[in-house]
Write a protein that binds this ligand. Structure first.
Ligand code: SF4
Length: 214
């Protein structure tokens, strides 16, 4: 019997939760970016269940999330949870019922200025991307939240946030929803017009929650 990239049997008979557990184990033991000199220490984190219907894709975990072994465990995660609540989801939904993924799974460290997280390089994105694709293939969520400019760019191409926040698209039965980065580092949300775009995005999310019982 051959083993496919998703960590499952080629026959496809294995339950999704077992395939996901194997994939997550494979992610957790990955050291490619460390071995190739992109980061000092690879310490990947994963979070989510095969039954999750909302799939969150951020840029990369920060040092706090890695220390807590929990994606979105900093201030950005708290704000993202409040956005979910504005769309009608209950408290705790982000960490208890959403699959939390990212473009890369290890903390890329600080940027050169030391005032923010370093954007993962194209090579790091390429190395980590098969994990993301495999997770999406197993979980098959109903909604994908693209959190922050980098995740949006990877899935929708380069665009200004004003052009994409408040819009959505559907691909193979999955709704993709761009969202701004929720951290206080971004000033984009200080503009009231941008807050209206965010509200439009959350209204779309609320509609899917009702329509699909998320
Ligand atoms: S960022 Fe991804 S590819 Fe790079 S070491 Fe971490 S898990 Fe592996």
């Amino acid at each position: 019997m051959t083993t496919n990239w998703n960590g499952g049997s080629a026959s496809g008979e294995e339950p999704a939760d077992l395939r996901l557990a194997r994939l997550q184990q494979r992610i957790l033991t990955c050291r490619q970016c460390q071995e190739q000199g992109y980061i000092a220490t690879a310490q990947p984190i994963v979070s989510g269940r095969a039954s999750d219907r909302i799939f969150v894709i951020g840029q990369a975990p920060g040092h706090r999330s890695v220390a807590n072994n929990k994606p979105f465990s900093g201030p950005g995660g708290r704000i993202l949870q409040t956005w979910l609540e504005r769309a009608g989801f209950p408290p705790g939904y982000l960490h208890e019922h959403s699959y939390l993924s990212s473009l890369t799974r290890c903390d890329p460290g600080k940027n050169a200025q030391g005032n923010g997280d370093r954007r993962p390089s194209a090579q790091e994105l390429q190395l980590c991307r098969p994990f993301l694709d495999a997770e999406l293939a197993i979980v098959q969520p109903k909604v994908v939240l693209l959190v922050g400019a980098m995740a949006i760019e990877v899935f929708a191409g380069k665009a200004r946030l004003e052009e994409v926040i408040g819009t959505s698209w559907e691909r193979s039965g999955i709704f993709f929803l761009p969202l701004p980065h929720p951290s206080g580092v971004s000033r984009w949300l200080n503009d009231s017009a941008h807050q209206q775009l965010l509200q439009r995005a959350l209204a779309l999310l609320a509609g899917w929650r009702e329509a699909y019982g998320l």
